[in-house]
Design a binder for this molecule. Sequence first.
Ligand SMILES: Nc1nc2c(ncn2[C@@H]2O[C@H](COP(=O)(O)OP(=O)(O)OP(=O)(O)O)[C@@H](O)[C@H]2O)c(=O)[nH]1
Length: 206
Amino acid sequence: MRTTGIIMAGGKSSRMGKNKALLKIGEKTVIEHIAAELEKTVTDLMIVTNTIEDYHFLNLPMVEDEWKGMGPLAGIHAGLKASKTDKNLVVACDMPFVSSKLGEILLGFLDDFDAAVPNISEQLHPLFAAYRKNVHEEISHSLQKQELRIRQFFQKINTKIVLEEDLQMLHFPYQDHHFFNMNHPEEFEEALKLANGYPKESRDLS
Ligand SMILES: Nc1nc2c(ncn2[C@@H]2O[C@H](COP(=O)(O)OP(=O)(O)OP(=O)(O)O)[C@@H](O)[C@H]2O)c(=O)[nH]1
């Protein structure tokens, strides 16, 4: 079955001071690392961005927000609406260590749910989560009403909150860095250290 990885790159990166997706870890940009990891599990990839000119080098389909300036929920909306597949994995462009295996688990929950969102260490991760395509219709209702909070949105659809114990039951050895995201320059420095500390066999970030 075909599935789509939707990489969200429509933010402003104001805290980082430069485009987070294009920071380099080793030879490749963060967004290239994410795309390469997702390709292990999805059949299609797409970038949601409002600066299309920045991402031509990736040679991937791109789509712009229909609802501009309304934040990540609008990005998810644009990606799902443009997607050609029922099952989709949304990933923020500032999460360099996402796991395709975990993504596969999240996509699996879509057999029974509209969305599957990890809640790890009491933190919800809507930007590393799985969504069925038709959820975009409900998102547009929320956007019309200026309801931009993703947390609130999950109450409107059939959402599986994926807890630590769910992942343990599925024998997935999740780690904190799978959910690591970079907002400030210090976090990018931390990402560089994390990347260097990785055992070669677990992830090749050269
Ligand atoms: N498509 C789209 N993606 C967005 C939008 N706002 C944020 N994102 C993405 O959502 C993820 C998390 O974004 P944030 O770090 O909260 O916001 P940001 O605008 O990128 O960064 P700051 O300006 O520092 O808040 C990143 O992948 C962003 O690219 C938006 O309006 N549209």
